[in-house]
Design a protein around this ligand. Structure first.
Ligand SMILES: Nc1ncnc2c1ncn2[C@@H]1O[C@H](COP(=O)(O)OP(=O)(O)O)[C@@H](O)[C@H]1O
Ligand SMILES: [Mg+2]
Length: 237
């Protein structure tokens, strides 16, 4: 059974349809990349999966034992967030907040796992530093470690490398790839870089302005030619 199934979903906001007929499913261990033009509804889809936004029609069903709170999320970055005045370890640990309930502290186990996640992201030596003093690439690794604290099974990443230089972006992609292949974490990533998307992902969802253009295996996506026209358009700019 799929971890998550999106069935005949219409995405949008009160009185405004963004995209219709969204149908796809995600299985355990998948690496799905969501691509599409700006404003096509990629971030809205992620927020709908997280239940931060309601679908206007259709439904999103979780299965295979996946609980809503086992989904980690790395939101699209804004300048305000980049200036957040807290230490690296405070931010990573805050990934546990919605599991704490009314408990006003983190358990030893949570602290140990937070350290493990910081080690995985190679930021353990930065743990007492202030987040806003870090480089863009380091900040994204902190947020990824945070998302991993929240996630046991699936992480949703909204343009995790935007604003990073190509070398740092590549390192970030490699880290995400390792999480998927070595730790078995299901990855759903929005990417504006179609070349990188087809390099790493096993599955592609391409959202157009009114409805999805493609959902399926990356290999079939490349064969379909949809990617070609998209890449050509980008080069022509
Ligand atoms: N909170 C909101 N309320 C109303 N409209 C929104 C909101 N957030 C985004 N939109 C609109 O929904 C459309 C899709 O946005 P978004 O999902 O952010 O696109 P993408 O991530 O693909 O660039 C855009 O037209 C955007 O202006
Ligand atoms: Mg977006």
């Amino acid at each position: 059974m799929a971890l998550l199934t999106c069935k005949d979903v219409t995405l949008g906001y009160e009185g405004m349809v963004v995209t219709e007929n969204v149908n796809f499913s995600i299985k355990h261990g998948d690496y799905l990349c969501i691509v599409g033009e700006n404003g096509s509804g990629k971030s809205t889809l992620m927020k709908t999966i997280l239940k931060l936004v309601n679908p206007l029609k259709g439904e999103i069903i979780t299965g295979d034992g996946l609980k809503q709170k086992e989904i980690g999320y790395l939101p699209q970055q804004t300048m305000v967030q980049r200036d957040f005045p807290a230490s690296v370890s405070e931010i990573v640990l805050s990934g546990y907040l919605n599991r704490c309930g009314l408990r006003p502290f983190y358990t030893k186990g949570e602290k140990r796992l937070a350290e493990d996640n910081m080690r995985k992201m190679d930021i353990l030596d930065l743990k007492d530093q202030c987040y806003r003093e870090l480089s863009g690439g380091q900040q994204q690794r902190v947020l990824l470690a945070r998302a991993l604290c929240a996630a046991k099974k699936m992480i949703l990443l909204d343009e995790p490398v935007s604003g990073l230089d190509p070398k740092v972006a590549r390192e970030m992609y490699e880290l995400i790839y390792k999480l998927n292949k070595e730790d078995g974490i299901t990855v759903v990533m929005i990417s504006h870089d179609i070349n990188e998307a087809v390099r790493y992902a096993d599955k592609i969802l391409h959202i157009g302005s009114n409805s999805p253009l493609f959902f399926g295996d990356t290999r079939d996506y490349v064969k379909s030619g949809i990617a070609d026209s998209f890449i050509r358009t980008k080069e022509a700019e």
